[in-house]
Write a new protein. Structure first.
Length: 343
């Protein structure tokens, strides 16, 4: 079978590379991506080789529109020549629209029904949606996809990406003899994102209360990193995607995340995790409900969580995560059953 896979984000790049490693010998694959800061960084770290088509459109709606139109025009020629039997994406509007126009069945993975604009643009054009069991079908069907087209798997996507080979890793910039606190800031330029008023006060509290530990802040964009360096550059290390996330988490004592992919990976790896999620999402609620992550409600509350975690061994977090992850299935086995039924 000929399968076209389109990835737009760092999580998708890692997720689909693992799928390609699993099915690449039995199926012919077209793997596409775009110019996007953190995606480009991961490609360099791991040596992945997607075909790069177009670029990220930035934070504005008009910028996203212009970039999408340009990208679809370029992509159409490539996809038409490849002539796939199935298109796969994590609700990529570009992939959904091209697949629909060419009469190709589009299979989408998504664990993010809070991405409202993307859901509206893609789900009505999607043949099958694959999603974690933790998310009710109603979270997606309200955007125009029939519940019968939604296939759920007993896993979280982070359970897939956290098993990746981290490859050759450069040394981490942590001073030995200290605990390592890693903070991942929120997604500001996504269609569902906005600048949170929570983040800066949280970081300020952490660097004040825990100055005797190593503090690393992971920024998503160059302007974001520049602003964080201006505010906290003397008290914390500010970096963009120059390290593999799993390698970083393996050396982290406390992770403070904004409810995204690294928050899920951290929790499932058993790293003591605090989520302050600027945007409510179902997966984050699941992590807190299963006691895989702690909810951060205020700067002082988060700082208190960190203090409590650093006093403990963290063994309970790891044991709990291992027990839950051991019961999860491989989403790609579910995917293979779905596309087999499409023949």
């Amino acid at each position: 079978m000929k399968i076209w896979i389109d990835c737009l984000t760092p999580k998708q790049l890692l997720f689909y590379q693992i799928l390609i490693d699993k099915i690449g010998k039995k199926h012919k694959i077209l793997f596409t991506s775009r110019v996007y800061g953190e995606v480009s960084g991961l490609i360099k770290i791991h040596g992945y080789k997607p075909i790069i088509v177009g670029k990220f459109g930035g934070g504005s709606r008009s910028g996203k529109l212009e970039a999408a139109i340009d990208r679809m025009g370029r992509m159409l020629k490539i996809v038409r020549q490849f002539a796939p039997d199935i298109a796969v994406s994590s609700t990529s509007p570009d992939a959904a629209r091209i697949a629909f126009g060419l009469g190709i069945r589009h299979v989408a993975f998504s664990d993010a029904p809070h991405e409202v604009a993307i859901m509206k643009l893609t789900l009505p054009l999607t043949w099958r949606l694959l999603t974690p069991m933790a998310i009710p079908k109603e979270e997606f069907s309200k955007y125009g996809i029939d519940k019968k087209k939604i296939v759920r798997y007993n896993a979280l996507d982070g359970a897939v990406t956290m098993k990746r080979d981290t490859g050759k890793n450069k040394p981490l910039p942590f001073q030995s003899g200290k605990k390592n606190i890693v903070i991942r800031v929120e997604e500001e330029e996504a269609s569902y994102g906005s600048r949170s008023k929570k983040t800066i006060p949280i970081i300020r509290q952490i660097v004040t209360d825990h100055a005797d530990h190593n503090i690393m802040i992971l920024a998503r964009y160059a302007p974001q990193a520049k602003n964080l360096k201006r505010l906290f550059g003397k008290k914390a290390r500010i970096v963009t995607m120059s390290y593999d996330g799993r390698h970083l988490l393996e050396n982290t004592d406390v992770f403070v995340g904004s409810g995204g992919t690294m928050t899920v990976e951290s929790a499932l790896m058993g790293v003591p995790t605090i989520s302050y999620r600027p945007i409510p999402n179902v997966i984050d609620d699941y992590l807190v409900r299963k006691r895989l992550a702690r909810r951060g409600t205020s700067p002082k509350n988060i700082s208190g969580h960190i203090r409590q975690i650093l006093r403990s061994s963290g063994d309970a977090d790891k044991r709990r995560a291992e027990r839950i992850v051991s019961k999860m299935e491989d989403p790609f086995d579910v995917f293979l059953r779905v596309i087999k039924d499409s023949k």
